[in-house]
Design a protein around this ligand. Structure first.
Ligand code: FAD
Ligand code: NDP
Length: 426
């Protein structure tokens, strides 16, 4: 059994949704595009899963957050794909790829061939077992990557109201889920190995603001140590979490967010990999000229900083997806992808945005005892990164524009004094 398409996207997440919209904007005829996804639903805005989806009241539910509402674009429902003649092969894992024959083999035994393939397989959550631990399949241990995980998390949360949760990991999932758990009236202890939360991105001073805020909401931090084992009862439920430092935390539920691995396995040995992702050029084209990669799975040249990066954030998935469609459909008119890294989060009433790169010297500015503060990163005499909590839309836009220009910074004291004013004057 087999079908052939001009364009095939493997993976049906954020990047696939944005690519589909771009294909239609560029007039792809019906019947030429196919999306194969392991998930049983069309592409949706994954960030909703750790935010609106977990709210106890009026939670976000599909179909409200199908792509591309996150970028204020059209919402692509199953009907939309149908009307545009885009073949959605859902609930179907691609189990192997043959790049020489230009075919994919699905778990249902179908062969799908392509002229152009876009890899948009994203990433999977790292499991505790990969760190030599066990207990991931206990009924009250939750990970969070897809809608099924979210539904499970919601159920476990609902049966833990008034109880204790242990959150393992101080990154994005840990911080966002901890906030949601608090809102669901669950007492949270966060455990992570670093000296402060979000250690890969923010400074100790910024982290301390967020940790204090979380503490004011009743969250306890256990830092500088990791999980050693779970105590599991005869029903298969975790009842306590044992840590390497010898302490024991009673738990009604556990959320684990200890990082991800890009889903590259279909192409290992067939395409060049770099930094854990599929290596692509400025046209997002892999080492095979018929195959492109976008989103979390792609390692692409970041022109602005002169090196390759793999980013794990939604804005890069959306923009790389749009760009790849342009690069495939209008190769001569399409420039190299020139991306400014943009990360953000929203929890409780807090909201921050980050642009650029967090290397070099850090200059903090603003009022750390109030609601609006930020930081600049200055590397080799140029501003390369910026962070702002509590900014307005206009302020964030200003910061993004200024960071992209990498302006020279002559005097760090003056930069600190000017604060946001520096970006406004660029
Ligand atoms: P994904 O959206 O992960 O999609 C990959 C798709 O490929 C999935 O549908 C998967 O099932 C499918 N797939 C994988 N392998 C196969 C296969 N072999 N066959 C068929 N299908 C396959 N980023 C931000 O910037 N801000 C946020 O606030 C934010 N919040 C997030 C909250 C959560 C809970 C999570 C998990 C991520 C969040 N992110 C956020 C990150 C952001 O969602 C990702 O960067 C983005 O989803 C990447 O898009 P993608 O299309 O590359 O991968
Ligand atoms: P992150 O990489 O953000 O954070 C993982 C955290 O877990 C780090 O603090 C890490 O420490 C820690 N860790 C690693 N191993 C262990 C361990 N054995 N025990 C305890 N802690 C450990 O990954 P997440 O899982 O939080 O997020 C998954 C993905 O989802 C990411 O791609 C992220 O970008 C995305 N996401 C993004 C959001 C956003 O942008 N707002 C929101 C939610 C998810 P160390 O640094 O030392 O390894």
């Amino acid at each position: 059994m087999g079908r052939a398409f001009v364009y095939v996207i493997v993976g049906g997440g954020v990047a696939a949704g944005y690519a589909a919209l771009e294909f239609t904007k560029r007039g792809v005829p019906p019947g030429e595009l196919c999306i194969v996804s392991e998930e049983p639903i069309p592409p949706y805005e994954r960030p909703a899963l750790s935010k609106g989806y977990l709210l106890p009241e009026a939670p976000a539910r599909l179909p409200s957050f199908h792509t591309c509402v996150g970028a204020n674009e059209e919402r692509l429902t199953p009907k939309w794909y149908n009307e545009h003649g885009i073949e959605l092969v859902l609930g179907t894992r691609v189990k192997s790829a043959d790049v020489r024959r230009k075919t994919l083999l699905t778990a249902t035994g179908e062969t799908i061939s392509y002229k152009f393939l876009i890899i948009a397989t994203g990433a999977r959550a790292l499991k505790l077992e990969e760190f030599g631990l066990s207990g991931s399949d206990a009924e009250n241990v939750c990970y969070l990557r897809n809608l099924a995980d979210s539904n499970r998390l919601v159920n476990v949360m609902q049966s833990s109201v008034g109880g204790n949760a242990v959150v393992i990991g101080g990154g994005y999932i840990g911080m966002e889920c901890a906030a949601s758990l608090v809102i669901n009236k669950i007492k949270v202890t966060m455990v992570f190995p670093e000296a402060h939360c979000m250690a890969r991105l923010i400074t100790p001073k910024i982290a301390s603001y967020y940790e204090d805020y979380y503490k004011s909401k009743g969250v306890t931090f256990v830092k500088g140590t990791v999980l050693s084992s779970f105590d599991i009862d005869s029903n298969g439920k975790v009842v306590a979490v044992n840590l390497k430092d010898g302490s024991r935390l009673p738990a009604d539920m556990v959320v684990v967010g200890i990082g991800i691995r890009p889903n590259t396995s279909l192409f290992e040995g067939q395409l060049t990999l770099e930094k854990g992702g599929i290596k692509v050029n400025g046209k997002l084209q892999s080492s095979n000229s018929s195959i492109y990669a976008v989103g979390d799975v792609a390692t692409f040249p970041l022109k602005l900083f002169g090196e390759s990066r793999r980013l794990e954030h939604v804005d890069s998935a959306r923009k790389s997806a749009r760009h790849v469609v342009a690069a495939i459909m209008e190769p001569d008119k399409t420039e190299e992808f020139d991306y400014l890294p943009f990360f953000y989060s929203r929890v409780f009433t807090l909201s921050w945005q980050f642009y650029g790169d967090n290397v070099g010297e850090v200059i903090h500015f603003g009022d750390f005892s109030g609601n609006t503060f930020g930081a600049y990163w200055v590397n080799k005499g140029h501003l390369v990164g910026s962070f702002l909590e509590g900014g307005t839309k206009e302020e964030y836009e200003t910061l993004a524009k200024a960071t992209r220009l990498k302006p020279a910074v002559e005097d760090l004291d003056e930069l600190e004094r000017q604060g946001l004013g520096f970006a406004l004057a660029v």
